[in-house]
Design a protein around this ligand. Structure first.
Ligand code: SF4
Ligand code: FES
Length: 243
Protein backbone atom coordinates (compact mmCIF):
# COMPACT_ATOMS: atom_id res chain seq x y z
CA UNK A 1 0.00 0.00 0.00
CA UNK A 2 2.85 2.33 0.96
CA UNK A 3 4.64 1.58 -2.32
CA UNK A 4 1.51 2.40 -4.36
CA UNK A 5 0.91 5.62 -2.45
CA UNK A 6 4.51 6.65 -2.91
CA UNK A 7 4.34 6.06 -6.67
CA UNK A 8 1.12 8.12 -7.06
CA UNK A 9 2.56 11.02 -5.06
CA UNK A 10 5.85 10.93 -6.91
CA UNK A 11 3.96 11.20 -10.21
CA UNK A 12 1.91 14.15 -8.95
CA UNK A 13 5.04 15.90 -7.71
CA UNK A 14 6.82 15.30 -11.02
CA UNK A 15 3.82 16.74 -12.94
CA UNK A 16 3.77 19.86 -10.75
CA UNK A 17 7.49 20.32 -11.10
CA UNK A 18 7.33 19.90 -14.87
CA UNK A 19 4.51 22.45 -15.07
CA UNK A 20 6.60 24.86 -13.07
CA UNK A 21 9.61 24.39 -15.32
CA UNK A 22 7.51 24.71 -18.50
CA UNK A 23 5.97 28.02 -17.43
CA UNK A 24 9.39 29.34 -16.37
CA UNK A 25 11.01 28.31 -19.68
CA UNK A 26 8.14 29.77 -21.71
CA UNK A 27 8.38 33.04 -19.76
CA UNK A 28 12.11 33.33 -20.37
CA UNK A 29 11.76 32.41 -24.06
CA UNK A 30 9.02 34.88 -24.85
CA UNK A 31 9.90 37.60 -22.36
CA UNK A 32 6.51 36.99 -20.70
CA UNK A 33 7.27 37.20 -16.99
CA UNK A 34 4.54 35.21 -15.31
CA UNK A 35 6.04 35.52 -11.84
CA UNK A 36 2.67 35.10 -10.12
CA UNK A 37 1.96 31.83 -11.87
CA UNK A 38 5.53 30.56 -11.30
CA UNK A 39 5.25 31.37 -7.61
CA UNK A 40 1.90 29.60 -7.35
CA UNK A 41 3.26 26.46 -8.98
CA UNK A 42 6.39 26.50 -6.81
CA UNK A 43 4.25 26.88 -3.71
CA UNK A 44 1.97 24.07 -4.93
CA UNK A 45 4.98 21.77 -5.38
CA UNK A 46 6.25 22.53 -1.86
CA UNK A 47 2.80 21.96 -0.37
CA UNK A 48 2.38 18.69 -2.24
CA UNK A 49 5.83 17.54 -1.06
CA UNK A 50 4.90 18.38 2.54
CA UNK A 51 1.58 16.57 2.27
CA UNK A 52 3.33 13.59 0.70
CA UNK A 53 5.81 13.30 3.59
CA UNK A 54 3.11 13.75 6.23
CA UNK A 55 0.76 11.22 4.67
CA UNK A 56 3.53 8.69 4.12
CA UNK A 57 4.33 8.99 7.83
CA UNK A 58 0.65 8.72 8.74
CA UNK A 59 0.39 5.49 6.76
CA UNK A 60 3.55 4.24 8.43
CA UNK A 61 2.14 4.91 11.88
CA UNK A 62 -1.11 3.23 10.92
CA UNK A 63 0.90 0.14 9.95
CA UNK A 64 3.36 0.37 12.85
CA UNK A 65 1.08 1.63 15.61
CA UNK A 66 -0.20 -0.08 18.71
CA UNK A 67 1.38 -1.43 21.84
CA UNK A 68 2.63 -4.87 22.79
CA UNK A 69 5.93 -6.67 23.26
CA UNK A 70 8.77 -4.50 22.03
CA UNK A 71 6.44 -1.97 20.40
CA UNK A 72 6.64 1.73 20.98
CA UNK A 73 3.05 2.92 21.17
CA UNK A 74 3.56 6.67 21.05
CA UNK A 75 5.99 7.73 18.40
CA UNK A 76 6.98 11.37 18.75
CA UNK A 77 8.40 11.93 15.23
CA UNK A 78 11.36 13.82 16.68
CA UNK A 79 14.10 11.18 16.68
CA UNK A 80 13.63 10.87 20.42
CA UNK A 81 11.80 7.60 21.10
CA UNK A 82 13.51 5.07 18.81
CA UNK A 83 10.15 3.55 17.82
CA UNK A 84 10.55 3.99 14.08
CA UNK A 85 13.93 2.28 13.58
CA UNK A 86 13.83 0.23 10.37
CA UNK A 87 15.78 -0.44 7.18
CA UNK A 88 15.11 2.31 4.64
CA UNK A 89 16.27 1.66 1.09
CA UNK A 90 18.84 -0.79 2.48
CA UNK A 91 20.13 1.50 5.25
CA UNK A 92 19.14 1.11 8.91
CA UNK A 93 17.90 4.35 10.47
CA UNK A 94 15.03 6.20 12.13
CA UNK A 95 12.18 6.72 9.66
CA UNK A 96 11.23 10.07 11.17
CA UNK A 97 14.76 11.38 10.73
CA UNK A 98 15.42 10.10 7.22
CA UNK A 99 15.16 12.49 4.32
CA UNK A 100 13.56 10.75 1.36
CA UNK A 101 15.03 12.09 -1.84
CA UNK A 102 12.41 11.17 -4.43
CA UNK A 103 14.64 12.74 -7.09
CA UNK A 104 17.08 9.83 -6.87
CA UNK A 105 14.69 6.93 -7.03
CA UNK A 106 10.93 6.54 -7.21
CA UNK A 107 11.13 3.35 -5.19
CA UNK A 108 10.96 3.47 -1.42
CA UNK A 109 11.75 0.14 0.22
CA UNK A 110 10.95 -0.14 3.92
CA UNK A 111 11.97 -3.30 5.77
CA UNK A 112 11.96 -4.30 9.43
CA UNK A 113 15.26 -4.52 11.34
CA UNK A 114 16.87 -7.88 10.63
CA UNK A 115 18.30 -8.77 14.04
CA UNK A 116 15.06 -8.72 16.00
CA UNK A 117 11.98 -10.94 15.75
CA UNK A 118 9.30 -9.38 13.55
CA UNK A 119 5.96 -8.85 15.30
CA UNK A 120 4.11 -7.58 12.25
CA UNK A 121 4.95 -5.55 9.13
CA UNK A 122 7.72 -3.13 10.21
CA UNK A 123 7.31 -3.76 13.92
CA UNK A 124 10.04 -5.75 15.65
CA UNK A 125 10.32 -6.97 19.22
CA UNK A 126 13.25 -5.20 20.91
CA UNK A 127 12.51 -6.36 24.44
CA UNK A 128 15.80 -8.31 24.29
CA UNK A 129 17.54 -5.00 25.10
CA UNK A 130 15.82 -4.95 28.48
CA UNK A 131 16.39 -8.67 28.94
CA UNK A 132 20.14 -8.18 28.58
CA UNK A 133 20.08 -5.67 31.43
CA UNK A 134 18.11 -8.08 33.58
CA UNK A 135 20.27 -11.07 32.72
CA UNK A 136 23.48 -9.22 33.63
CA UNK A 137 21.84 -7.85 36.80
CA UNK A 138 22.62 -4.28 35.82
CA UNK A 139 21.36 -2.29 38.77
CA UNK A 140 22.91 0.50 40.79
CA UNK A 141 23.02 -0.67 44.40
CA UNK A 142 24.08 2.19 46.67
CA UNK A 143 24.56 5.46 44.86
CA UNK A 144 28.07 6.88 45.02
CA UNK A 145 28.81 10.54 45.78
CA UNK A 146 28.25 12.21 42.39
CA UNK A 147 31.40 13.01 40.47
CA UNK A 148 30.89 16.35 38.75
CA UNK A 149 33.57 15.57 36.18
CA UNK A 150 31.35 12.78 34.83
CA UNK A 151 28.10 14.75 34.60
CA UNK A 152 28.32 15.60 30.89
CA UNK A 153 29.28 12.07 29.82
CA UNK A 154 26.67 10.47 32.08
CA UNK A 155 24.00 12.75 30.64
CA UNK A 156 24.94 11.75 27.10
CA UNK A 157 25.14 8.03 27.89
CA UNK A 158 21.69 8.18 29.50
CA UNK A 159 20.09 9.32 26.24
CA UNK A 160 19.94 5.79 24.77
CA UNK A 161 16.65 5.30 22.89
CA UNK A 162 16.87 1.49 22.91
CA UNK A 163 16.19 1.71 19.20
CA UNK A 164 18.43 -1.29 18.44
CA UNK A 165 20.24 0.32 15.49
CA UNK A 166 23.65 -0.32 17.10
CA UNK A 167 22.90 -4.04 17.27
CA UNK A 168 21.55 -4.03 13.73
CA UNK A 169 24.85 -2.76 12.28
CA UNK A 170 27.28 -4.45 14.68
CA UNK A 171 29.34 -7.16 12.89
CA UNK A 172 29.80 -9.00 16.20
CA UNK A 173 26.19 -9.13 17.31
CA UNK A 174 24.56 -12.50 16.75
CA UNK A 175 21.10 -12.53 18.35
CA UNK A 176 21.10 -16.26 19.03
CA UNK A 177 24.44 -16.34 20.91
CA UNK A 178 23.29 -14.31 23.94
CA UNK A 179 26.88 -13.55 24.91
CA UNK A 180 27.65 -10.19 23.30
CA UNK A 181 25.14 -7.47 24.25
CA UNK A 182 26.36 -4.49 22.18
CA UNK A 183 26.84 -0.74 22.54
CA UNK A 184 23.61 0.04 24.36
CA UNK A 185 24.70 -2.36 27.11
CA UNK A 186 28.23 -0.88 27.24
CA UNK A 187 26.80 2.61 27.81
CA UNK A 188 24.49 1.32 30.56
CA UNK A 189 27.47 -0.41 32.18
CA UNK A 190 29.43 2.84 32.17
CA UNK A 191 26.47 4.77 33.62
CA UNK A 192 25.94 2.31 36.45
CA UNK A 193 29.62 1.76 37.14
CA UNK A 194 30.35 5.46 37.41
CA UNK A 195 27.35 6.04 39.71
CA UNK A 196 27.50 2.99 41.94
CA UNK A 197 29.19 2.71 45.32
CA UNK A 198 28.99 -0.98 46.08
CA UNK A 199 28.36 -2.87 42.79
CA UNK A 200 31.33 -1.69 40.74
CA UNK A 201 33.10 -5.06 40.76
CA UNK A 202 30.04 -6.98 39.61
CA UNK A 203 29.15 -4.44 36.91
CA UNK A 204 32.74 -4.49 35.62
CA UNK A 205 32.63 -8.31 35.44
CA UNK A 206 29.42 -8.30 33.42
CA UNK A 207 30.81 -5.60 31.12
CA UNK A 208 33.94 -7.70 30.49
CA UNK A 209 31.90 -10.78 29.69
CA UNK A 210 29.07 -9.29 27.65
CA UNK A 211 30.84 -6.47 25.86
CA UNK A 212 34.62 -6.31 26.16
CA UNK A 213 35.17 -9.94 25.18
CA UNK A 214 33.17 -9.62 21.96
CA UNK A 215 33.83 -6.08 20.70
CA UNK A 216 36.19 -5.73 17.72
CA UNK A 217 35.98 -1.89 17.77
CA UNK A 218 34.43 -1.54 14.32
CA UNK A 219 32.57 1.43 15.86
CA UNK A 220 29.69 0.97 13.44
CA UNK A 221 27.51 1.44 16.55
CA UNK A 222 28.92 4.90 17.22
CA UNK A 223 28.39 6.05 13.65
CA UNK A 224 24.78 4.86 13.39
CA UNK A 225 23.58 5.98 16.84
CA UNK A 226 20.83 8.61 16.36
CA UNK A 227 21.28 9.81 19.96
CA UNK A 228 25.05 10.26 19.46
CA UNK A 229 25.91 8.27 22.57
CA UNK A 230 29.56 8.61 23.63
CA UNK A 231 30.18 4.89 23.17
CA UNK A 232 33.92 5.18 22.56
CA UNK A 233 34.37 7.36 25.59
CA UNK A 234 32.24 5.03 27.76
CA UNK A 235 34.39 2.08 26.65
CA UNK A 236 37.59 4.03 27.39
CA UNK A 237 36.32 4.89 30.88
CA UNK A 238 35.48 1.24 31.60
CA UNK A 239 38.87 0.12 30.32
CA UNK A 240 40.70 2.71 32.44
CA UNK A 241 38.85 1.50 35.52
CA UNK A 242 39.23 -2.15 34.69
CA UNK A 243 41.15 -3.69 37.53
S1 SF4 B 1 23.24 3.11 21.74
FE1 SF4 B 1 22.36 4.48 20.14
S2 SF4 B 1 21.90 3.07 18.41
FE2 SF4 B 1 22.16 1.79 20.26
S3 SF4 B 1 20.08 1.52 21.11
FE3 SF4 B 1 21.00 3.32 22.15
S4 SF4 B 1 20.33 5.08 20.90
FE4 SF4 B 1 20.00 3.25 19.63
S1 FES C 1 9.08 8.37 15.88
FE1 FES C 1 10.38 8.38 17.66
S2 FES C 1 12.36 8.20 16.86
FE2 FES C 1 11.12 8.28 15.08
Amino acid sequence: MLKKWNAVCSWLLTLLLMGHLLVMSYSMWTGWYAYGLCKMLARGTALAAGAHAALTLAIFFFVNGGTGPGRYGRQNLREMCGGCAMVINGRPGLACGTFIDTGQSSLLVLEPLTKFPVVTDLVVDRSILQEYQREAMMYLGTRATPDQKEYARQYSAAKCLRCGLCLEVCPNYVPSSREFFGASFANSAYLLYSSSEDRKKEIRKQYARHFEAGCSKSLACRDICPAHLPTLSSIAYMNRHSR
